[in-house]
Design a protein around this ligand. Structure first.
Ligand code: NAD
Ligand code: TYD
Length: 343
């Protein structure tokens, strides 16, 4: 089988490629990535000499390029990870989120329809469901929870999901969608909470916590997400949505304190800063469908996953020091200089 993985130079797509190239030597993986600020070929460097792996540089929203690629390559499966993925950036510049996440998805769907594929899989997010109240710990997102988005990021991901389901209903394109909770693990770009905190703590820099640090996220180790997607593309039912999560809800403050404890750094590094506009309160996934229909269960606990993640950042300083270039420094300055209020 020939599998197109878009966004494979990013965090989750990169981890997925490591998993797939190793576990399916008989399948061909093609990694298509635009190499935006979040894409990094160092993430997939060790795959370069593998016979079942290839990199192609390009934009999922470039219709001519994508059509030619599909015509030439005749993919069996498409797994679309490529996206603008950071909520804070979507607050500053929503446009690129619509361009890549919505229009890019439409181009991939059109190419899949024109050239025929066995499965189109859309990697989506639990953020399309909006948020849950902090005081209703009995509530969880199921696949039936209505779409109700908060940020330009989640709105763009929801738009893409609706297009994917429309192509199933209208054109009978064989699609599946997965909606996963927050991921953490190796190769995550240090704009997201966990790598940002690990790296800043290692460098004894202040750790910005939005609002009161009470917002809750449901954390999943990235390899557990990759295993789930692999199961869905092989055994999942066409036209279906699958929620992925490991019942691992933590407040942001709990996460930051855990990192500090493991790194033996003082809690005095914590700084409470201006909240994110529209900040979702709580995400919590009900993964019953994945468990019941596909026999999936997470293999990592938060302790084992965080231990692996922190060890990875400690022994891969070159990887993260290289991505913290001029663009990154400007981003951090603009993003956090504006959040001046400290409590
Ligand atoms: P990331 O930002 O680390 O990586 C995104 C990758 O997509 C980068 O390599 C980038 O270069 C590439 N890309 C961006 N625009 C492109 C374009 N127009 N054409 C081709 N490539 C392009 O993101 P991530 O955290 O790995 O997330 C991957 C997917 O998983 C996204 O679709 C995201 O919405 C979804 N998701 C992420 C999380 C999470 O916690 N990170 C949770 C659930 C779902
Ligand atoms: P993030 O990693 O950006 O993921 P998402 O917004 O998609 O859930 O943020 C995780 C949580 O951490 C979210 O509630 C926002 C919060 N946060 C901070 O408190 N400080 C930070 O510097 C960042 C980046 C996030």
């Amino acid at each position: 089988m020939k599998i197109l993985v878009t966004g494979g130079a990013g965090f989750i797509g990169g981890n997925f490629l490591h998993y797939m190239v190793q576990n399916y030597p008989q399948d061909q993986m093609v990694n298509l990535d635009l190499l935006t600020y979040a894409g990094n070929l160092e993430t997939v460097k060790s795959l370069e000499d593998k016979p079942n792996y290839r990199f192609v540089h390009g934009d999922i929203a470039d219709r001519d390029f994508i059509m030619k690629l599909f015509e030439k390559e005749k993919f069996d499966i498409v797994v679309n990870f490529a996206a603008e993925s950071h909520v804070d950036r979507s607050v500053i510049n929503p446009e690129i989120f619509i361009q890549t996440n919505v229009l890019g998805t439409q181009v991939l769907l059109d190419a899949s329809k024109t050239y025929g594929i066995k499965r189109y899989h859309q990697v989506s997010t639990d953020e399309v469901y909006g948020d849950l109240p902090l005081n209703r710990t009995d509530l969880f997102f199921t696949e039936e929870t209505p779409i109700h988005t908060s940020s330009p990021y989640s709105a763009s991901k929801a738009g893409a999901d609706l297009l994917v389901l429309a192509y199933y209903r209208t054109f009978k394109l064989p699609v599946t969608i997965s909606r996963c909770s927050n991921n953490y693990g190796p190769y995550q770009f240090p704009e997201k909470l966990i790598p940002l905190i690990i790296i800043r703590a290692l460098e004894n820099q202040r750790l910005p916590i939005y609002g009161k640090g009470e917002n809750v996220r449901d954390w999943l180790y990235v390899t557990d997400h990759c295993r789930a997607i692999d199961l869905i593309i092989r055994k999942g039912k066409e036209g279906e949505v699958y929620n992925i999560g490991g019942h691992n809800e933590k407040t942001n403050l709990e996460v930051v304190k855990m990192v500090l404890k493991i790194l033996e750094k003082p809690e005095s590094l914590i700084r409470y800063v201006t909240d994110r506009p529209g900040h979702d309160l709580r995400y919590a996934i009900d993964p019953t469908k994945m468990e019941r229909e596909l026999g999936w269960k997470p293999e990592y606990t938060f302790d084992t996953g965080m231990d692996k993640t922190i060890k990875w950042y400690l022994s891969n300083k070159e990887w993260w020091q290289r991505v913290m270039n001029g663009e990154y420094r400007n981003y951090i300055k603009n993003m956090y200089d504006k959040r001046l209020i400290e409590r």
